[in-house]
Design a protein around this ligand. Sequence first.
Ligand code: GAL
Ligand code: MG
Length: 975
Amino acid sequence: MNALLALRPWETPEVTSWGRLPMSAVDRRAGAMSLDGEWRFQLLPSPDASLSDLWSSTYVPGAWTLQDTGDLPQYTNVRMPFAEYPPSSPSENPTGVYEREVDVPAEWAGRRIVLQVGAAESVLLVEVDGRPVGISKDSHLAAEFELTPLVRPGSPATVRLTVVKWSDASHIEDQDQWWHGGITRSVLLYATDPLYLADVTVRSRADGELRVDCQVRHGGGALPDGWYVTGHLDGCEPLTQDPEFDRLNAEDERVSDFLGEARILATVPEVRSWTAETPELYDLTVRLHRPDGTVADTSHHRIGFRDVEIIGRDLLVNGERIYIRGVNRHDFHPLTGRTVSYHDMRADLVLLKRFGFNAIRTAHYPNDPALYDLADELGFYVVDEADIESHDHAHEIADDPRYLNAFVDRVSRMVLRDKNHPSIIIWSLGNESDYGANHDAAAGWVRRHDPTRPIQYEGAAKLDWAATDDASDLACPMYAPIEDCVAHALSGEQTRPLIQCEYSHAMGNSNGTLADHWAAIESTPGLQGGFIWEFWDHGILQHVTDGRPAGRSGAGLYDNGVAAPGYRWAYGGDFGETVHDGAFIADGIVFPDRTPKPVMYEHREIAAPVLLQSYRHEGLVVQNHQCFRGLDWLAARWELTLADGRTLTAPAELPDLRPGETAAVPLPFALPEDGGEAWVTLRVTTKDDEPWGPRGTEVCAPQLRLRAAAPTPRDATVTSGPPVEVDAEGLLVHPLLTAAPTLSLWRAPTDNDELGGMAPRWRTWGLDALVRKVVAVHEDDGRVTVHAEYAGTVGVVRHVQRFTPVEGGVRIEESAELPEAFADVARVGSVFETVPGLDLLEWFGQGPWESYPDRSAGAPVGHHRVPVDELFTPYLRPQESGGRHGVRHFTLSAPDATGLAVRLDEPRQISVTRYRATDLTAAAHHDELIPRSGCVVHIDAAHRGLGTASCGPDTSASYLIPTGIHRWTWTLRAL
Ligand code: GAL
Ligand code: MG
């Protein structure tokens, strides 16, 4: 048996590694030999099982759970997928054995040879030519092993990597995500000189001060005398070693035979400092020289000059109070799971930049090293989080000394690897692991090793936001109600910045009240933002017929958030797991294919770099809404939207404003006397190419109302002409409608409605199946009034429809009296269905994207036109979708311009989809929906806010529907 397996490291939490090299910030990716590609592979039922002669092959990097190996992904949130208590793991424990020959280049003779495994979950055992090399844990950090004594340059060596899926470490990797197994990041082999840079620590401050600390080792043992380091930084004089810090070459000060240290000090004149808005990077090259001046080793770094500090209750970057417009991001791809390419990570970050995000929490583990390079380059503030989440057994583990080593190991190795990234402004000790001595130990290590950055840990800070002596320098709650945050900031007790590590849970149709959060944040000193939960809907592309994950062969089998026919986005339970947490894994602001959900537009507007503040004295007030940049990188154009259908445009000159400043600019249009309601929009785009968006990329579109609507004159009643026709049931008969307007109080429950407990209540009340009874039908003067009752289980709604013939159509005045028993329903409004063929919606109101009463800040008022099939947002688990807020009037038309027109008495919530609420409620996945040929149209007198109650606060009281009488009037005409 494999000697390493005999140690049973998968059930020994004290063993975090064996034979593994110390982590360092020296990046060896460039110049390394990639071992990615096909490896021989066997999946054993347990680590104790014997290998067979039957090898298949599989691709590295990759999760074997997505590679047709028979072991499938499983999703659980809090609970562990097995019953064993820490530190035990189940006896059925899939174990992957990867093997390949590696040709060690002949020219590496005399060099030090190192194997790097980018990430393996959850225990990695390494052997070369049958000899044990090392062990590593932490599924999200690389492990390096020195192979020099084991391989012969010029000859092949057999590398075997054994990966045990379940272990003591799984109990501290209990993050809310899919469980996988495999080698999920690249494998490399590289060589260095025996004299090498073991670590490089860069401190670069906003004032241009630079300190580079180098650690040097010699693979052969004792360090030779006379080595030295030099550096090169773009645009600067050559950098030389600080003579005051020559700790190793002076015999008497030699610290160790194996470890040498040297320091470079410099001040960079006129430094361009780094911020997320201005990600100015400098190329730093550090060279280690042998005594004869030849270069033994080189390390490249892209560094940024910036300061981060907490003063009082403010988190400052370069002395300025910043806002954290953040998102939690998991490593995710719908085909490859946790294996993500550089290209994909770049696309994630580019998209976030385009939608105004400036911060990422690497929920909940260190990401691929390239992510931080990209964050440095594109400009993001990063909270780098250690791979520790013991959610299911949090309390036992936080103080369990058997896990002490693992906590310190995971946190310190993250810091050692990532410390030179300017983007990282905060270290996080992990997530949802209670709070114990193991955290304090890890925090102590970080505070000593890197005093330049604050630490955060939600589990510590949640006990008392105002504490000053725990393992967190910030109060970083999750899902705290806005009022609680504001109250804390106003209490006089606040001691540290409050930045929510998670807020605004994006599951399904969600993120209600995001704009209210930001109104509070920006008006309350002490509040600085937060990280939305989360970026991804983790739907895995799956064949519907046989349930297999599509894996790499699924490339391109999706578009616009929707899987191709025959495929679907799998969530918990779809791989046959009996223990799972369903669609809770689909809670992102983007679909599994990175298509933005409507909330992204909401966020973009909230984060707009330029705001329109007010309109007074014929002028508009423009504000620079950034922290560091001027407005000179933006181009803009004015747009005037008139209710009568006209849209005028005019060029815009953005004023020269420093961050936070405002200026009045003249209204660029003479406001026509006529035209009714009028809105001005500033369409802001990038003026030049930005690394994340070519010139002309839309950045925001702030809008102000210039003139309110004049009261609409009532359409004159037509007494001649065709009378209104109702059938025996008192239902309107109309040639364009296949289902007459009836009362609706129900929406297909959103995830928030379900998990927040509202939908179960609505079902108990019978709101999904109200029983309609006609009470009376009156006709008078061509007008028909229908009194009906809609009965639920606990109450009855009295509903009145009065139909009046008007020029070209019918006016419908409605009222519904909601009894006290129906406090807080989903909607009050009309629903009807149209004949097929009316495939285009044109409306005047908010749009063009989906919006709801508490998520409508990002949808400007305008004249919009969208094909009906594109109005619906394909949330993974079908639910209420496709709403448009603030609609004044709309038409639904066929290509020949026939169709219907609806005019509303005031701006209302509407939706036009191919689905009845019952269709949506009945389906579990988007692909199960069968579109109807006509349209299902809702016009709501009131529509409940969305909130975020699937995890966190519900919507605010102001977005709830009051009981009592609701009235609404609309006219329906044929086009
Ligand atoms: C948080 C947790 C996340 C995720 C989220 C709900 O409590 O930190 O990992 O589970 O809730 O989606
Ligand atoms: Mg959790």
